[in-house]
Design a protein around this ligand. Structure first.
Ligand SMILES: O=P(O)(O)OC[C@H]1O[C@H](O)[C@H](O)[C@@H](O)[C@@H]1O
Length: 363
């Protein structure tokens, strides 16, 4: 477990910290805080992130009001880890067993390249028990690092090693089953999955191709997008917030919202809670990961939450804020200039500038 001894750099900032605490039912958790005030909580049960808050204390992940925090049930919400099986793609029970196991803090993990600016992080490890080996006869070491960057980004890195001693290769599927908190699902748009092929769980696992438009939600969705890009954006219009999901080593992405009818059959989940959540899950499902003894796989997910003056069609929020503000400002001036001959020319020039700005950004 990482501790932070360094003092905050400027007044008003707090020292990053890593503390052990107990959750609502006495389960052990680790609380990470970074200097600007973002925080995250990780339960040892499930190795599951159960909270990620911004500097105003707003919760960014959805956790159901019906979540029980009572093993052996999985915790409904946050970021469950699906391993060694995603969904029903195999003989194990849905989503494998990692989310139903007690992980331990790894105080001495093998070297891990992390930015020196990141002070708030914890390393967890999961190894199979005798019982686990009966249902999945493979020896492994699963190391999970959960880190809170200095800017509040939440970074999860999984390293899974095959430690079989009898020469056997194993394969697995995997997902970070991330539950995002949203104001109202009907006000949310997802960008980055347009035109991709997907497998639709609601239509007999058949393969389809997504339309060219950003994805909006009007009913139940349960799809695996294949070969999804490294960046996906979730734009919450009502909250004026954009989540940016970056992924590495995880080719697929699942979108899930059970909607109100199906919600009644989802364990530990309120009937109307589907309105306030969306699961976007970086994953490796279509092509299972194969590891020979001694080999290690790495899969990383990085989440950031930015205010959205976010324009459609572009996945770099910092550029977007600049572009949107410039365009709004120039458009306002061009409209304010009025209608005499000189100003018509000036307004025309400004409008041309807007056109070039848009072309530069999206062209
Ligand atoms: O209820 P759970 O076992 O947690 O699964 C919740 C959901 O997880 C994924 O997103 C799957 O694609 C869904 O088919 C499943 O219903």
């Amino acid at each position: 477990m990482a501790a932070s001894s360094s003092p905050p750099k400027s007044p008003g900032l707090q020292a990053p910290s890593v503390e052990r605490a107990k959750g609502p039912t006495g389960l052990e958790k680790v609380v990470l805080r970074e200097e600007r005030g973002f925080s995250a909580e990780v339960h040892l049960y499930g190795g599951q992130v159960t909270s990620w808050k911004n500097d105003r204390g707003d919760e960014l992940l959805f956790v159901s009001s019906k979540a029980t925090f009572k093993p052996p049930k999985a915790i409904r919400g946050g970021i469950p880890i699906c391993f060694p099986q995603f969904g029903t793609h195999g003989s194990l029970k849905k989503h494998g067993f990692a989310r139903n196991r007690f992980w331990v803090i790894d105080d001495n993990p093998p070297p891990f390249p992390t930015s020196t600016a990141t002070k708030a992080f914890v390393d967890l490890i999961l190894k199979p028990s005798e019982e686990d080996l009966k249902i999945w006869p493979n020896s492994f070491e699963f190391r999970l690092r959960v880190a809170l960057g200095p800017g509040g980004d939440l970074v999860l890195t999984s390293r899974i090693r095959n430690t079989n001693t009898d020469g056997r290769t194993f394969s697995f599927t995997f997902a970070y089953h991330t539950y995002f908190s949203v104001s109202d699902i009907s006000e949310v748009r997802v960008e980055g999955l347009e035109t991709l092929d997907y497998i639709d769980y609601m239509r007999g696992k058949e393969r389809f191709t997504e339309q060219g438009d950003a994805i909006v939600f009007e009913s139940e969705v349960d799809k695996i997008y294949l070969d999804a890009p490294a960046k996906i954006a979730i734009i919450d219009h009502e909250k004026k917030r954009t989540y940016v999901v970056r992924k590495d080593g995880l080719p697929d992405a699942i979108l899930w919202n059970p909607w109100d009818k199906k919600a009644k059959n989802v364990q530990n989940f309120g009937d109307v809670e589907c309105k306030h959540m969306l699961c976007v899950e970086p994953a490796a499902v279509e092509k299972p990961i194969s590891l020979k003894p001694g080999e290690e796989w790495k899969g990383k997910m990085e989440l950031s939450a930015v205010p959205s003056s976010y324009c459609s069609g572009q996945l770099d929020p910092s550029k977007d804020v600049f572009l949107c503000s410039s365009v709004q400002f120039l458009w306002w001036i061009s409209c304010e200039l009025g209608s005499n001959a000189t100003v018509i020319v000036a307004a025309g020039t400004l409008k041309a500038l807007i056109y070039y700005l848009v072309l530069w950004q999206f062209g």
